[in-house]
Write a protein that binds this ligand. Structure first.
Ligand SMILES: Nc1nc2c(ncn2[C@@H]2O[C@H](COP(=O)(O)OP(=O)(O)OP(=O)(O)O)[C@@H](O)[C@H]2O)c(=O)[nH]1
Ligand SMILES: [Mg+2]
Length: 284
């Protein structure tokens, strides 16, 4: 198995381009809606957000809230509260939580228009930029707010390719943006958390490293899931070969050349998260 330490540097050209375009656009933006994955609310926060968006009003959205461990979420919400205008939890896929975001935008815009009035300026329509790492649910949220499919969505990173302004109503315009990361993913824990949630493309990191990271995290906080989904009762980080053999037997995955089929099992572990079989987890 590949146990080498990787120094991942994934920063494709289109992310640099998106950042340049955001910097050009930002003066016309009133509110920034910054999405994090509620399962990794710190790891999935864009590291250079403040530099990118100057001092705009920010709403932090804990998206995929339906998939996170709610017992752990409050302390992360507290961490962001006070730093930003508002924190909102949201399941963009199967709920009407998006309404909380719309009303928070309206509140933020009241503040902005009040200040404009003091300066003798007319009220303006809210222009809101949706921003976040890849695959966090930006386009899904936009489709919910619009009430129909206006943006492409996919269960993989890098679906949206361009900044895209959409008229919502006479009060709000929304700008969808491609997912961005920061130039160097030099922290292994953060990189592996991002990979576990499908935010970094699968080809970027060795799949077995990501799978072992998931096992380790489940063992730290969610032993019942490890047992139920993979048949592991006593996790041993120093004996991954044995762990993979246990999973082979439990899941009926045939051995290959006398060994557990590492690639297949690693894929299976990643897919448990990707297909939402494993829920109620927070890795940060
Ligand atoms: N369970 C759950 N799934 C979600 C939620 N929001 C989005 N998804 C799923 O997450 C995947 C990615 O959604 P997208 O809306 O394409 O994500 P994006 O941030 O626009 O991704 P890029 O355009 O690649 O940056 C899709 O499979 C969505 O169905 C949510 O709140 N809960
Ligand atoms: Mg998108």
């Amino acid at each position: 198995m590949n146990e080498n330490k990787t120094n991942i540097n994934w920063y494709p050209g289109h992310m640099a381009k998106t950042k340049r375009e955001i910097k050009e656009l930002i003066d016309t933006i009133d509110i920034v809606i910054s999405l994090v994955d509620a399962r990794i609310p710190i790891s999935s926060y864009i590291k250079d957000l403040n530099e990118l968006i100057k001092n705009k009003k920010v709403i932090i959205v804990f998206n995929k809230y339906d998939l996170c461990d709610k017992d752990k979420t409050d302390k992360f919400i507290e961490y962001y509260e006070g730093k930003y205008f508002k924190v909102v939890t949201c399941d963009s896929k199967n709920s009407n939580d998006y309404k909380k975001i719309v009303s928070t935008c309206e509140d933020a815009m009241k503040d902005i228009n009040f200040k404009r009035k003091e300066k003798g300026l007319l009220p303006k329509k809210a222009k809101c930029l949706i921003i976040g790492v890849p695959n966090v649910g930006k386009s899904t949220l936009i489709n919910k707010i619009v009430g129909k499919k206006v943006a492409n969505v996919g269960n993989k990173p890098g679906v949206t390719k361009n900044l895209n302004t959409l008229r919502i109503n006479d009060k709000i315009d929304l700008v969808d943006s491609p997912g961005i990361l920061w130039p160097k993913l030099d922290n292994d824990e953060i990189a592996l958390n991002l990979a576990s949630m499908g935010i970094i493309k699968e080809e970027i990191l060795p799949i077995d490293k990501v799978a072992v990271h998931i096992l380790k995290k489940l063992n730290e906080s969610y032993k019942d899931i490890l047992n139920k989904e993979l048949g592991i009762k006593e996790f041993e980080i120093d004996d991954i070969v044995n762990m993979y053999e246990i999973i082979s037997k439990y899941r009926n995955i045939p051995f290959k050349d006398g060994e557990a089929d590492y690639d297949r099992i690693s894929s299976l572990i990643l897919n448990l998260v990707k297909n939402e079989t494993i829920k109620n987890i927070t890795f940060d």
